[in-house]
Design a protein around this ligand. Structure first.
Ligand code: AMP
Ligand code: GLY
Length: 421
């Protein structure tokens, strides 16, 4: 089989490495892929958001199955466009990807179907939003309605900060049209858990839970990033919590989308907060998380392509989705200065025995050498029987990978370990 994978980050590299384990896979085309992915797939220089270019490419080679991984092409209707060419796809159509594409949509969906989430107000006029903030409870959370490269959320500890966020989003149009509307919502407290789930629109099979580390610095300090590391499973996600989530969040969400005529097929990402009143939804994403995928898929025992095809065919209920009884830790190696300004172009050296555990995000090939080209350069994942061993293993490998201005957090997994102790 020839596969197409849309995207070019660490998540896509993980998906590709896992898909390759299926013996029927011949060639994987990655659009656009990256310098590291090039070791495992044929990279083609077409942007993930260039839906027309993607469709045009599929007319030049035979593609048997496609996986659309990032949010923007999903929201833009990449799956719809590929299906129109009779290419079976993994990923939701645009009318279902809206669950991530519009926070107003997802909040209204949760309200309508009684799915637990933070209480909220929607505004399309900045003046009304600012008036509301005069007396709103603080802390509060301000969210741009549309996609904003993961930067559209401000958790405001003061009134001034919340007002500043409203002005930036609605008046300065920091995220363009994504800020035409905003959600202002209740501040929730509790540990966060990410749960990715396979769903074919009717059945839902949650993957092993995980924990992201979003801040740039140790001790969860510094600016927000795309994620500096992950562990799986997440110790806050107990069996009781999992059961509650299935009953009050996962199944109700899948049923709600179906009832709205927006059947969701693909990977639905539940960003959850385990509050003292039970688990609540912080956000939905219409895709695999990054870098959650880098710890979740290495623990998947079942064949990924088989599971994905069951999702596409609507036969997930009959498909086994099995995870190893083990722990994974992914440490992200970034360029020093990320997520603000950083230098790039440094050669990366990865010991041969570490290579298979590395998922490359921001690197390109220059004169046959792998060099840094982004903020998050790569992730390295260790799988072990216990979490302490997984953490130790990931850092041991991370310390043997070299490139100029290499930076990583040193405390990935410590929060999880403190629960287990
Ligand atoms: P998002 O960009 O939607 O992933 O949100 C970024 C982060 O903001 C989340 O991971 C949470 O840590 C935080 N956040 C979002 N919504 C809330 C909320 N209602 N209360 C507290 N923190 C929140
Ligand atoms: N790691 C968070 C996300 O993928 O949105």
């Amino acid at each position: 089989m020839n596969l197409l994978v849309i995207g070019g980050g660490g998540r896509e590299h993980t998906i590709i490495k896992k898909l390759k384990q299926n013996p029927s896979v011949e060639t994987i085309y990655a659009l656009p892929g990256n310098g590291g992915i090039a070791a495992d797939a044929t990279c083609v220089d077409v942007k993930a958001t260039d839906v027309e270019g993607i469709v045009a490419f599929t007319k030049t080679v035979k593609i048997d199955y496609a996986v659309v991984a990032p949010d923007d092409p999903l929201v833009l209707g990449c799956v719809d466009a590929l299906e129109a060419e009779a290419i079976p796809c993994f990923g939701p159509r645009a009318n279902a990807a809206i669950i991530e594409g519009s926070k107003v949509f997802s909040k209204d969906l949760m309200k309508k179907y009684g799915i637990p989430t933070a209480t909220y107000e929607v505004f399309s006029d900045p003046k009304q939003a600012l008036d509301y903030l005069e007396t709103a409870p603080i802390p509060t959370v301000v969210k741009a309605d549309g996609l904003a490269l993961g930067k559209g959320v401000t958790v405001a500890m003061t009134r001034e900060e919340a007002q500043g966020a409203v002005r930036e989003i609605m008046e300065d149009k920091k995220f363009g049209k994504s800020g035409d509307r905003i959600v202002i919502e209740e501040y929730l407290e509790g540990p966060e858990v990410s749960v990715l789930a396979f769903t074919d629109g009717t059945a839902v099979k949650p993957m092993v839970s995980s924990m992201d580390h979003k801040r740039a610095g140790d001790g969860d300090r510094g600016p927000n990033t795309g994620g500096m590391g992950t562990v799986a499973p997440n110790p806050f996600y107990t069996e009781d919590v999992a059961k509650t989530c299935m009953e009050t969040i996962f199944l109700p969400t899948i049923r709600a989308m179906k009832a709205e005529g927006r059947e969701f097929r693909g990977c639905l990402y539940f960003g959850l907060m385990i509050t003292k009143d039970g688990p609540k939804v912080i956000e939905y994403n219409c895709r695999f998380g990054d870098p959650e995928t880098q710890v979740v898929l290495p623990l998947l025992e079942s064949d990924l392509l088989t599971v994905m095809q069951a999702v596409t065919n609507g036969t997930l209920a009959d498909c086994e989705v099995k995870f190893k009884d083990a722990h994974a830790c992914c440490v992200v190696l970034a360029s020093k200065g990320y997520p603000l300004s950083y230098e790039k172009g440094y050669e990366i050296t990865i010991p041969a025995d570490v290579q298979e555990h590395v998922y490359v995000a921001g690197a390109k090939l220059a004169d046959g050498k792998l060099v840094t080209s982004g903020g998050r350069v790569l992730g390295v994942t260790a799988v072990a029987e216990t979490l302490p061993e997984a953490v130790k293993g990931a850092y041991a490998m991370a310390d043997r990978i070299e490139f100029g201005n290499k930076y990583c957090r040193r405390d990935i997994g410590q929060r999880a370990l403190s629960v287990l102790r």
